[in-house]
Design a protein around this ligand. Structure first.
Ligand code: ATP
Ligand code: MG
Ligand code: MG
Ligand code: MG
Length: 466
């Protein structure tokens, strides 16, 4: 089954069970200043769970685009290192707003996996919260899940969107990719190795976490579930690693061609294939590279991708050319990607040209410093110079360090940064960051999802003004 077919099968199944199909919301949350980017399907329903918003339906299903590259759920550092994490992914979900609760949520999920998709129950592993006897009984007594493929966990079975907001105990379903892959079942010592991969999280939404940490019961117990499309696609396509699914293979081939490399399993290619998705979708949703907030997260993602291309020997602009390959595989599900692809490519090209001015020289500075290095830590003043003069975000330098089994002196970097601020203050002026000053695109001015109908304001500005 292709990724697109799985997405359709999921939405149709839940529609047949009385759920309204709701389109994905923007990656920039329209209703929530506490959230950097949309990180789960439930985000657009947050106020419905909390009781402050009413919808014409009490059951919904969606395929939600998500970015986890900052905030509470941050997977940027996992990309390229695990088989299962992306910065951008699609989360399939079904939701009940005070309608059904645990029993139905469990039955729907089990039926979808074992009957609609036909997965063998002996490859699945279920977890529930240590306190949740009710869910444990439903799984074992009613669904017939073997106690041998079952664990009860604490933090891993309690889901929360952020430091505040809706939350509750959860039950998760894992797929066992088989003894060829190292790793132990959930709750065991080696569960972070990717043999048992978490595919679906069923959250029993019961509380609202208050700023002081207290758990306040919700007006109506509700259901929020999330299943990563790329992870279930890997299962259905008989591959272990998400990067081996149809969609990523297309992107990897395009990235290989654009960078002139031929090893489709190269970590740098995987990072590039991942990052083109998050970058393109963030731009499509109105974010532009800048030096603060959401725009800086986007800039960091783009620059990391460019640096990985550089590492593969591609010194010219290449990243922007991948937008076409992305539109090939995702344009049907997200028509706005097709409509905006020229503008997206233009934003990426601008960022590539900008960073090209300093990347090569900065790498030279770093290589010189590494040649003189004693110990395993890149000194803070080097990290600062790379940031300040060459436009290397700190996490980009840390990414290079990690590839070479080194780390960065974070405290030393912060001290250098502070010293710089004090000098600027003493001189009575405020330093203008070169990246901002010479960047000819406006910073993000996101003013709400409603304005994104048709063409976003920022992209219109860019088109007319650039
Ligand atoms: P993991 O433990 O593997 O990091 P998670 O527990 O953080 O996943 P949830 O917050 O429970 O994930 O999200 C629900 C589902 O979304 C997961 O079961 C998984 O299928 C998918 N998912 C989560 N994070 C990612 C990611 N970075 N890339 C791809 N899919 C993801
Ligand atoms: Mg995670
Ligand atoms: Mg997890
Ligand atoms: Mg989870």
């Amino acid at each position: 089954m292709k990724s697109a077919e799985i997405r359709d099968a999921f939405l149709k199944y839940f529609e047949s069970e009385g759920h309204s199909i709701v389109p994905s919301s923007s990656l920039v949350p329209g209703n929530d200043p506490t959230l950097l980017f949309t990180n789960a399907g439930m985000n657009q329903f947050k106020d419905v769970f909390l009781g402050g918003d009413k919808r014409p339906y009490s059951r919904a299903t969606s395929s939600q685009r998500c970015v986890r590259a900052g905030g509470k759920h941050n997977d940027l550092e996992n990309v390229g290192y695990t088989a299962r994490h992306h910065t951008f992914f699609e989360m399939l979900g079904n939701f009940s707003f005070g309608d059904y609760f645990k029993r139905d949520a469990i039955q729907f999920a089990w039926k979808f996996l074992t009957e609609v998709l036909g997965l063998p129950p002996e490859r699945l592993w279920v977890t529930v919260h240590i306190s949740d006897d009710e869910a444990a009984d439903i799984w074992q007594k009613e669904m017939g899940v073997s106690p041998e493929r079952f664990s009860r966990l604490d933090e891993d079975n309690f889901w929360q969107m952020g430091d505040t907001g809706p939350c509750g105990p959860s039950s998760e379903i894992f797929y066992d990719h088989g003894a060829d892959v190292p790793g132990g079942p959930p709750g065991s010592e080696n569960d972070d190795l990717d043999r048992y991969i978490e595919i679906w999280n069923l959250v029993f939404m019961q509380y609202e976490r208050q700023a002081d940490g207290e758990l306040k019961p919700l007006p109506n117990p509700s259901i929020d579930t999330g299943m990563g499309l790329e992870r279930i696609a890997a299962v259905m396509q008989g591959v272990h690693n998400n990067y081996d699914i149809d969609l990523f293979q297309h992107l990897l081939k395009a990235a290989a061609k654009a960078t002139g490399s031929d090893d489709l399993e190269h970590k740098s290619l995987r990072v590039i294939a991942d990052h083109i998705r998050s970058s393109a979708f963030l731009i499509s949703d109105g974010v532009l590279p800048s030096n603060e907030g959401r725009g800086y997260v986007l800039r960091r993602i783009i620059r990391r991708a460019i640096r990985h291309g550089h590492k593969l020997g591609q010194k010219d602009a290449f990243f922007n050319t991948l937008v076409d390959a992305l539109a090939d595989v995702m344009g049907e599900a997200y028509p706005e990607l097709n409509e905006r692809k020229a503008q997206i490519a233009k934003v990426l090209l601008t960022e590539e040209e900008q960073f090209a001015k300093t990347l090569d020289k900065g790498m030279g500075v770093l290589e010189d410093a590494l040649a003189d290095l004693s110990g395993t830590e890149i000194p803070g003043d080097v990290v600062f110079t790379l940031y300040d003069t060459y436009g290397f975000p700190v996490d980009l330098t840390a990414d290079i360090a990690r590839e070479r089994d080194l780390s960065i002196d974070q405290a030393g970097y912060e001290a250098a940064m502070e010293a710089q601020r004090q000098r600027a203050r003493a001189a009575g002026n405020f330093k203008v960051d070169y990246t901002q000053a010479s960047l000819d695109v406006p910073a993000t001015e996101f003013t709400g999802y409603s304005e994104l109908a048709g063409e976003s304001k920022v992209l219109a500005l860019l088109r007319d003004g650039a």
